[in-house]
Design a protein around this ligand. Structure first.
Ligand code: NAD
Length: 311
């Protein structure tokens, strides 16, 4: 019998790729998403879809009825700036929403959760670069604090209620379907600006580094974790730090574009360096594609979208 999974946030950027892979592997998938930032056209046609907020009181009933073996929880308020401006909203969606998912699972007797956490905002500014999973989290934003709080709740459900849990601390995920309109997703923003003939903006001196990981590779690890029931905390990144200046120059070269960025004042509270140690994830056999290859695939996708929208 086909395995069953609920993917919250499955209409979003990462969640929709995860859903595609579950479908490819023959799983039955229910997507729960309120479409606040996600798009219905991202949702795989072979998945069931329910437009619902994870905080809805009917959530426990829905989980019980679908009766999955695992809940893959990607729904979240993902905008770090918004979390600073609206910390209450951020906590309601990201903390209370996650506790509601966990309670719904407990009531339905579902006890494996895969949780999309962050390997950037959670570690904060640290001397340990690349940063291993064992580093003491020191989040500096409401978004990072909320993700850490969720990890601690999940740890509680594991210890007290016997849940199996997988916490995935993502680096900077990029790839097709990423929203270029928000504040996150610098790859999507640079590519879109260049395609639209606009000038890309770099905040600060551009020497700040991030660990960029391709969305399909993130999806493959979600599958590996689901199929093999891997538990624990995993950094999901590449172990390579790339500066915003380097990233811009890669994208400009790959797009054959003759454009210079403008520099603006640094964003307050922005991390200087972020790069994940990946010994643990590598030991599972997981691999990733090089940044240039991922960027090529991403540019190709954005070009096709750009042409489609202009027709
Ligand atoms: P996204 O905004 O594309 O996806 C989030 C999805 O959740 C959207 O489809 C949105 O409509 C849905 N959603 C939001 N609030 C909801 C609610 N209350 N009820 C139901 N659905 C709701 O963002 P993404 O980049 O795909 O992020 C997915 C997950 O990965 C998030 O948990 C995010 O925190 C985490 N993450 C992302 C990155 C990254 O680089 N993009 C890095 C670290 C962690």
């Amino acid at each position: 019998m086909a395995k069953r999974v609920i993917v919250t946030g499955g209409a979003g950027f990462i969640g929709s790729h995860v859903v595609d892979l579950y479908i490819e592997e023959g799983w039955n998938v229910l997507v729960i998403d309120n479409l606040s930032t996600g798009r219905i056209e991202n949702v795989n046609k072979k998945a069931d879809f329910l437009k619902m907020d994870i905080r809805d009181e009917k959530l426990p009933e829905v989980i019980k009825k679908f009766s999955p073996s695992v809940v893959n929880h990607h729904a979240a308020q993902i905008n770090l700036r918004k979390s600073v401006d609206e910390p209450i909203y951020d906590a309601e969606v990201n903390i209370v929403g996650t506790v509601k998912v966990l309670e719904g699972m407990r009531g339905a007797g579902v006890n494996h959760i895969i949780f999309a956490s962050t390997g950037g905002a959670i570690y904060g500014e640290t001397e340990m670069i690349p940063t291993p999973e064992t580093a003491v989290p020191s989040p500096l934003s409401p978004y990072g604090i909320a993700k850490r709080a969720c990890e601690l709740y999940i740890n509680y459900y594991s210890t007290v209620w016997g849940f199996r849990s997988t916490i995935l601390r993502y680096g900077n995920v990029y790839g097709p379907r990423q929203d270029p309109y928000g504040e996150a997703g610098v790859v999507a923003i640079f590519i879109s600006k260049i395609l639209n003939g606009e000038t890309p903006v770099i905040f600060g001196d551009g020497n700040q580094t991030r660990d960029y990981v391709f969305v399909k590779d993130v999806g493959y690890f979600n599958m590996m974790v689901s199929e093999k029931e891997l538990c624990g905390i995993y950094n999901v990144g590449t172990g390579n730090g790339t500066s915003v200046n380097e990233l811009f120059s890669f994208i400009r070269t790959l797009m054959n574009a003759d454009v210079a960025p403008v520099y603006d004042s640094p964003r307050p509270g922005e991390l200087r360096r972020s790069c994940l140690a990946i010994d643990k994830i590598k030991s599972t056999g997981w691999t990733f594609i090089p940044l240039e290859e991922g960027l090529k695939k991403t540019i190709e996708w954005f070009r096709t979208e750009h042409r489609r929208k202009r027709q």
